[in-house]
Design a protein around this ligand. Structure first.
Ligand code: SF4
Ligand code: SF4
Length: 312
């Protein structure tokens, strides 16, 4: 096996520099929006409107106070072995299901899976605390307009690896990636149940060492739960991380704050989430804030928003 020219620390540094410098990480002035906006943030394919909304409307109501607002901090990154049996566990019905892909479904000789978390900027997080029910405009912009940056980061890391001569794929950017963000059908992908995807970044993140679930099925990374996830599969054999947790809930102290904050009362006894209640609440935000939508009350204003907590 030939030595890697790139190590994890280099990847972390260049990915962080990309987040500092890429225009995708800042709310653009409406004049900068182009025809490419719809493709660029995958909005047409992976949005809760089921392709019905027009991504070019994003930014049409950009106000001067928000233009230039940064969405995400520098990312945290973990490296997991593609051969980890945890990837097979994700295919079990009690996890995601048989339709979930393995790393080798993306790259036959996959060796590593890299998980990245982009933590929301302080301004975004602070804004969500003003109202217990309504999402802040900052949150909606980071969640929807900022999708473009999430995908750009995935593409950046993928391309940095391929430039070293290795194979790399960012699943969320592939045509084979499928998710159903709501209960409506997905054309030709009825094998994916509602509120599921064939590459669950949260489950993948648990396997790669990025973090664990929280009680409300949120994901608590090493930078906390207020962030977005993306991953890259590669045949470059970076040194895998050692996990500092043993169970899928280890970063959660079970304080219940996330569950109490849910404006839709979507959590049943024991913390089980009623996805339809959550989806109905998100749908209301679609009606009110289209083309944006979101909630995030179970990801913000809670003790684990910026850091993992000890086992409870
Ligand atoms: S708020 Fe408390 S219960 Fe909810 S995920 Fe965070 S640590 Fe766990
Ligand atoms: S996103 Fe909002 S509605 Fe859905 S579970 Fe979290 S807090 Fe509840």
């Amino acid at each position: 096996m030939r030595p890697n020219a790139m190590d994890k620390q280099t990847l972390i540094r260049i990915a962080g520099d990309f987040c500092d410098n890429s225009p995708t990480n800042y709310l653009p002035d409406r004049a900068l929006l182009s025809e490419g906006a719809a493709e660029g943030n995958n909005f047409a394919r992976n949005n809760i409107y089921g392709n019905a909304s027009d991504a070019l409307r994003l930014g049409a109501d950009s106000e001067s106070d928000y233009v230039g607002m940064r969405f995400y901090k520098r990312p945290v990154l973990s490296v997991g072995a593609a051969s980890n049996p945890g990837f097979f566990d994700i295919k079990k019905p009690e996890a995601v299901g048989a339709f979930h892909k393995l790393p080798s479904d993306w790259i036959p000789d996959a060796k590593r899976v890299l998980s990245l978390c982009l933590p929301f900027e302080d301004r975004i997080l602070a804004s969500t605390k003003n109202d217990p029910v309504e999402p802040s405009l900052e949150w909606l912009m980071a969640r929807v307009d900022g999708q473009k940056h999430l995908l750009a980061l995935g593409a950046f890391v993928r391309d940095a690896i391929t430039q070293e001569g290795y194979a790399a794929i960012c699943p969320q950017l592939e045509d084979e990636y499928a998710m159903r963000p709501a209960h409506f059908p997905l054309p030709d992908r009825n094998d994916i149940p509602p509120y599921a995807s064939n590459w669950s970044e949260r489950h993948v993140g648990v396997v790669t060492g990025l973090g664990t679930f929280g009680l409300s099925t949120n994901f608590i990374s090493k930078a906390g739960c207020a962030g977005r996830l993306i991953s890259v599969v590669t045949d470059m054999a970076l040194c895998p991380d050692e996990k500092d947790y043993n169970s899928y809930l280890d970063y959660c102290n079970k304080c219940g704050a996330c569950i109490r904050k849910c404006p839709a009362a979507a959590y049943l006894e024991g913390g089980k989430k009623d996805h339809r209640l959550c989806g109905e609440h998100i749908h209301k935000t679609c009606m009110k804030y289209e083309p944006r939508y979101g909630c995030g009350k179970c990801q913000s204003g809670i003790p684990c928003e910026r850091r993992p907590l000890a086992k409870g």
